[in-house]
Design a binder for this molecule. Structure first.
Ligand SMILES: NC(=O)c1ccc[n+]([C@@H]2O[C@H](COP(=O)([O-])OP(=O)(O)OC[C@H]3O[C@@H](n4cnc5c(N)ncnc54)[C@H](OP(=O)(O)O)[C@@H]3O)[C@@H](O)[C@H]2O)c1
Length: 427
C-alpha cells in the first residue's frame, strides 16, 4: 500500500525532492517496496508544483496539509523557526511523521518537537539539517552508536569555506569574495547567518546533542564569524604551516561540553585543512572507531534533497510495514556547557599598531601581565606608512586572559589602530 506524503516548500530543496521523486519513485518500489504517493504539495506560489504536474494537489495554505487526514508523512522544507515550527509541531500533533532539513528549527526547538513526536507515536527525521548531502546524523545515531564520542569537528558552512579558500588562494579581500559568492548564488543577499557563524552554530548544536547525548541549543554555542579575517592573516597562517577554516567544534571534556564556532588555524597536513571551496566535512573521534571523516557537498538542491529523500524512504518504509518509529531523542544526560572564557588553547593575534619604538615591547608586556606567554612575535610593515602589524602566536593560554590583555591594549589611546584579529589554533 502506498505511503501518503505531503511536501511543504517547493524552493531549492523542495524542488530537488520533486525531481528525485520523478526520477526514482519506481526504483523505491522495486528496490525497497516503498511506494511514495504525494497527496499534497504546498508553497506560497504554485509554479513548481504545476511544473511537476501536481497542480491538482497544490495548496498555498499549510494548515490544509496538517488537517489532511490522508497525509501520513509531512516533509517540511520552508525553513526558519516561524511557520516551519507551526507546520512541524502541527503535523506531529496530528499524528503525522515529519522529515525536515531545518537546522534552525532543530537547534532551537528540538526538545519540544521530539517530545511531540514521542507523545504522538511519530517520527522526526532531519538528516539534511547538517552537512547537506553528507550522511552524518544517521551515522552518529546508528553506525557509531557503539562509541563514546569525544569530539566532532566540522566545516559545515560551504559559503564561508568557499570565501576563505578564495581569499587564501588568490589573496582576495573579504568584500570582494563575498560579492562574488553572492553573484554565484553561494551567499544570500544578507550573508550574516553564514559569515557570522550562526548557520554553523545551529549545525554543531545538533551534532553535539546527538554525539554527547545531551541537549545543546543554538544559544549554547559560542559563535564568531569570518568578517575580520584578511588575506594578510591567511598568508601569515600559511607561512606558519596552517590553513584557516571556520570550524564548528564540539568536545566532551571533564567539565562538560565545549562547543563553539570560530575561524581556526588547522595544520596544513590535517585532512580538514584540505577541504576547500563549497565542500563540507565532519570529523568524528570515538573511543572505538578512532577517527572518521565524512566529506561531500554540504548544500544545493541535489545534495540536500538526497538527504531529505533518504529520510523519507526510511520513515515511509517503517510506516508501510507498521513498525514503531526509529529511535527519537537520545539526549538522556544533562551535561553543562563549558563557558568559552575557560577555553585553553593557542592563539594567533594580529595587532595593527603605530610604527613607533617601544610599542612592541609595551604590547608584549601587557600579554605577560595577563598570564599570556608568547611563543613567537613578528613585526611587518602594512600598506599604511605609519602602521605596522604585530603577529603574535601564544603558548597555550586561557581565553579569559587573552580577552583581558586585548581589553587592556584597546584601552590604551596610543596602541591599537584597528580591531585585533584573533584566530584560535588547533593542533
Ligand atoms: N538550500 C540548501 O542548499 C539547503 C541545504 C540543506 C538544508 N536546507 C534547508 O532546507 C530548508 C529549505 O531551504 P530552501 O533553500 O529550499 O529554501 P527556499 O528555496 O527559500 O524555499 C522555501 C520554500 O518555502 C515556501 N514557503 C515559504 N513560506 C511559506 C508559507 N508560509 N507557506 C507555505 N510555503 C512557504 C516557499 O514558497 P514560494 O516558493 O512559493 O515562495 C518556498 O517554496 C531550510 O530549512 C534550509 O535551511 C537548505
Amino acid at each position: 500500500m502506498a505511503v501518503k506524503i505531503a511536501l511543504v516548500g517547493t524552493g531549492t530543496v523542495g524542488g530537488g525532492c520533486l525531481d528525485i521523486l520523478d526520477a526514482h519513485r519506481d526504483d523505491f518500489i522495486r528496490h525497497y517496496g516503498v511506494d511514495l504517493q504525494l497527496v499534497r504539495v504546498c508553497s506560497r506560489k504554485g509554479d513548481t508544483a504545476a511544473a511537476h504536474g501536481l497542480a491538482d494537489i497544490f495548496t498555498d495554505d499549510y494548515r490544509e496539509v496538517i488537517a489532511d487526514p490522508e497525509a501520513q508523512l509531512v516533509v517540511e522544507l520552508v525553513g526558519g523557526t516561524g511557520v516551519a515550527r507551526d507546520i512541524v509541531a502541527g503535523a506531529l500533533k496530528a499524528g503525522k511523521s515529519v522529515v525536515t532539513a531545518n537546522k534552525a528549527l532543530m537547534a532551537t526547538c528540538g526538545e519540544e518537537l521530539f517530545a511531540l513526536a514521542e507523545a504522538h507515536g511519530c517520527e522526526l527525521a532531519f538528516e539534511a539539517s547538517v552537512g547537506g548531502g553528507i550522511p552524518i546524523i544517521d551515522p552518529l545515531k546508528h553506525s557509531l552508536i557503539a562509541n563514546g564520542i569525544t569530539s566532532v569537528m566540522g566545516i559545515v558552512n560551504g559559503t564561508t569555506n568557499y570565501m576563505l579558500t578564495r581569499m587564501a588562494q588568490e589573496g582576495l579581500a573579504y568584500e570582494e569574495v563575498l560579492a562574488d559568492a553572492q553573484q554565484r548564488g553561494f551567499a544570500e543577499a544578507d550573508p550574516s547567518a553564514d559569515v557570522d557563524g550562526i548557520d554553523a552554530a545551529a549545525k554543531i548544536a545538533i551534532l553535539a546533542s546527538i554525539a554527547f547525548n545531551s541537549r545543546v541549543t543554538l544559544d549554547d554555542v559560542y559563535a564568531e564569524g569570518i568578517r575580520r579575517i584578511t588575506p594578510v592573516d591567511l598568508a601569515a597562517a600559511r607561512d606558519m604551516g596552517y590553513a584557516v577554516k571556520l570550524l564548528a567544534l564540539a568536545r566532551r571534556t571533564p567539565r562538560g561540553i565545549d562547543v563553539r564556532v570560530h575561524p581556526t588555524m588547522i595544520p596544513l597536513a590535517h585532512q580538514m585543512a584540505k577541504v576547500d571551496g563549497v565542500f563540507n566535512a565532519i570529523y568524528v573521534v570515538g573511543d572505538a572507531v578512532g577517527e572518521a571523516m565524512f566529506f561531500g557537498e554540504g548544500a544545493g538542491a541535489g545534495p540536500a534533497a538526497s538527504a531529505v529523500m533518504g529520510d523519507v524512504v526510511d520513515v515511509a518504509r517503517r510506516l508501510q510495514q507498521g513498525m514503531p518509529p526509529a529511535v527519537g531523542c537520545t539526549c538522556t544526560d544533562e551535561l553543562p556547557i563549558v563557558p568559552v572564557e575557560e577555553l585553553s588553547t593557542r592563539y594567533y593575534l594580529r595587532l595593527t599598531v603605530p610604527d613607533r619604538i617601544g610599542v612592541l615591547a609595551a604590547a608584549s608586556q601587557v600579554f605577560s601581565d595577563n598570564d599570556v606567554s608568547l611563543r613567537s612575535v613578528v613585526q611587518e610593515g602594512t600598506s599604511a606608512r605609519d602602521a605596522v602589524d604585530l603577529f603574535f602566536v601564544t603558548h597555550t593560554a586561557v581565553e579569559r586572559n587573552i580577552r583581558a590583555a586585548l581589553d587592556e591594549l584597546a584601552a590604551r589611546p596610543d596602541m591599537l589602530l584597528a580591531e585585533p584579529t584573533v584566530i584560535r589554533v588547533e593542533e
